[in-house]
Design a protein around this ligand. Structure first.
Ligand SMILES: Cc1cc2nc3c(=O)[nH]c(=O)nc-3n(C[C@H](O)[C@H](O)[C@H](O)COP(=O)(O)OP(=O)(O)OC[C@H]3O[C@@H](n4cnc5c(N)ncnc54)[C@H](O)[C@@H]3O)c2cc1C
Length: 430
């Protein structure tokens, strides 16, 4: 009575409802499938995924388990595996992007028709997107009322890691992760970015514990200060599921007892991530097109070969803060939220380039790339999204740069790892 546990964006062993259920049912064959959704990833997300898989495989091996790697159409791969290991169940954690949803719905109905118990579990968001509705029914379009609705909801306590992950009697064959060469397109140098990454579930949990026990106290004051390492740095762990949103939420709740303002602000940001997924579920088209159709005739240019676009991508605009942000992304794989807004505003409102150009470039370069948050972020700045900045709100990169240059760490009593030690400064970026 083997269960196939299909890992996707949930590359952890703790707080994993699908894994916990699979372990309770009998032997488990853990698989990751390299299908079209993986092959379409940009260079940095694909490379970062490879690192997450490496860590997950090691964690499973340390527990007498294996991560089976297969390539191809997910339905075909699963059919082969079901036959090979005589599986009676397929479990996974839900993904919400339109491509995965379509694939998963199809797989569910095909395998259920063959008598296989197929079940999907929550674990990539806090609140199931379709369970959050306005008073009149339907989705939220504005974050504040969304937040008001979800902030008092109960969020399940995180599950512990299963004590044992029962192995199958025989192991199915697996591809070799190195042969997949998921980092092959990191032409600009994975070695440079690697110095700033600490992939894997253990590092993710450590980062969460460190942040929730310390920096969260002043998060509300420091989250907008790019020169200070004052945010959680959890986004890429959340993207690959090395930490669960429930673990982050409960750490935030515990911290709120002592550090109410900082923790409240952190919980609110976590809800922004869910809000992005909520929007994507109801308006999947927002990944490619203006959420507000009124922007469809706006005279944005969309030729990515224009020299000014290449200069923007290569951090050669001549505007110090814009170039610093883009260099930060090149070197560290991430960019501070405030700088993302400045960089995006510069592309869409100074250069009048379509937000899709920037959205796709971020999709190539960010190690925390998330389809929903990225599309929402770009459309928010451009003005074409729900609850967006008005069209006349232009971030002034010079004024922002001057403000940021003058920022100092606000918390001498804490070990804030502030200006002078953050990646931005070490790399001489700004
Ligand atoms: C143009 C643009 C593109 C973006 N692209 C992405 C992306 O591809 N992936 C991504 O995870 N975030 C994206 N964001 C949102 C935000 O910049 C990052 O989530 C944040 O900088 C991550 O740093 P952190 O983990 O230290 O965040 P913290 O400030 O510590 O926040 C905690 C968590 O809350 C969530 N969060 C915070 N701010 C936002 C936000 N504005 N929208 C959605 N979730 C948020 C993240 O999961 C984050 O890890 C984008 C924002 C903009 C303006």
């Amino acid at each position: 009575m083997t269960t196939i546990l299909w890992f996707r964006r949930d590359l952890r062993l703790s707080d994993h409802a699908a894994l916990t259920a699979a372990c309770a049912a009998g032997p488990v064959v853990a698989v990751f499938i390299r299908d079209a959704t993986v092959d379409q990833l940009g260079a940095a997300p694909a490379w970062r995924l490879g690192l997450a898989l490496e860590h997950l495989a090691q964690a499973l091996e340390a527990r007498g388990q294996r991560l089976i790697l297969r390539s191809g159409r997910a339905e075909q791969v699963l059919a082969e595996l079901v036959a090979e290991v005589d599986a009676k169940r397929i479990y996974w954690t839900r993904c919400y992007d339109p491509q995965s949803r379509e694939r998963d719905t199809e797989i569910k109905s095909r395998f259920r028709a063959k008598g296989i118990d197929v079940r999907s579990f929550g674990g990539t968001v806090l609140f199931e997107p379709t369970t959050v509705e306005t008073k009149t029914g339907g989705p939220y379009k504005v974050f504040s009322p969304y937040w008001k609705t979800v902030k008092t909801r109960d969020v399940d306590a995180p599950l512990p890691e299963p004590g044992k992950i029962p192995p199958p009697e025989t192991w199915p064959e697996s591809a070799n992760l190195a042969d997949w060469a998921l980092g092959a397109r990191m032409r600009r140098g994975g070695d440079v970015v690697r110095a700033y990454l600490h992939p894997g579930e253990t590092a993710a949990q450590n980062r969460l514990a460190e942040f929730a026990g310390d920096s969260i106290a002043l998060y509300h004051q420091r989250r907008d200060l790019p020169a200070v390492d004052g945010t959680s740095g959890l986004s890429e762990y959340l993207t690959y599921g090395e930490v669960s949103p429930h673990q982050c939420w409960h750490a935030g709740l515990r911290a709120r007892e002592e550090h109410s303002q900082g923790a409240e602000a952190f919980l609110r940001e976590l809800a922004w991530r869910d809000f992005a997924t909520h929007l994507m579920v109801y308006w999947p088209d927002m990944l490619d097109n203006n959420w507000r159709a009124g922007w469809d005739n706006f005279a944005w240019r969309e030729d990515k070969s224009l020299p000014e676009v290449v200069a923007w991508q290569q951090a050669r605009t001549g505007v110090p803060l814009v170039d610093a942000g883009l260099r930060e992304m090149y070197v560290t794989g991430r960019m501070h939220n405030r700088v993302r807004m400045v960089v995006a505003s510069y592309l869409t409102k100074h250069m009048l380039m379509h937000w899709r150009i920037g959205q796709r470039w971020f999709g190539e370069c960010l190690t925390d790339w998330d389809a929903a948050s990225n599309a929402m972020g770009w459309q928010w700045v451009a003005g074409s999204g729900p609850d967006a900045a008005p069209y006349f709100r232009v971030f002034n990169p010079e004024v922002s740069g001057q403000e940021i240059r003058s920022q100092r760490c606000l918390c001498p009593p804490l070990d804030c790892r502030g200006a002078g030690q953050s990646a931005r400064h070490c790399a001489g970026l700004f």
